[in-house]
Design a protein around this ligand. Sequence first.
Ligand code: GRF
Length: 210
Amino acid sequence: MEPASNDRLLRLGILLSGRGSNFLAIAESIRSGRLRGVEIAVVISNVAEAGGLEAARGLGLPTEVFPSKGRKRAGHEAEVIACLRAHGVDMVCLAGYMRLLSPEFVAAFPNRILNIHPALLPAFPGLDVQQQALDYGVKVSGCTVHFVDDQTDHGAIVLQRTAPVLDSDDAHTLAERILAEEHLAYTEAIRRVVSGEYEIQGRRFVKRNP
Ligand code: GRF
């Protein structure tokens, strides 16, 4: 992927299934100029009622819905990939997209799909993440933005932010504290990825040698 430049904005495709607060944080970063060189090309959901879609429409962004319920994965993904291509998407940002991507999907956008996960990977992958963290008794959790590869919650880590786990926490209060960090993390992660200043070395996402 070419780094972002003033000549051509890199086009983000957002995939979401729910309320879309991470998407909105990204959109606000772009609007306010905190995140430069990118634009949101399309917001896609597999859930017609997703709050994030409504929010995207409110911002005047193109939205598309491809319901996944009852669909075979390959057919559904082919439609999503075609939509991303039709909108000229350079990089895909999963923002609460509750579908696993097949290796074929990942291969269609090599090292160009980001995900955000509400724990410090490799701790607590999968679902019910904050409850997993509470049950384990960790004192610090947080969030991880990572490249998507063929394994769930596994690809090279772009960045992580931490949040304390308090004695008084339940899954909801912990999730809220982590979410505030997510909103900062996704913008910074995109900024680093599109800057062209970093590269993936094995599992490590590091600054290039000058
Ligand atoms: C976030 O906690 C994110 O880490 C996880 O799903 C949640 C989505 O929240 N993958 P939102 O829809 O962005 O508000």
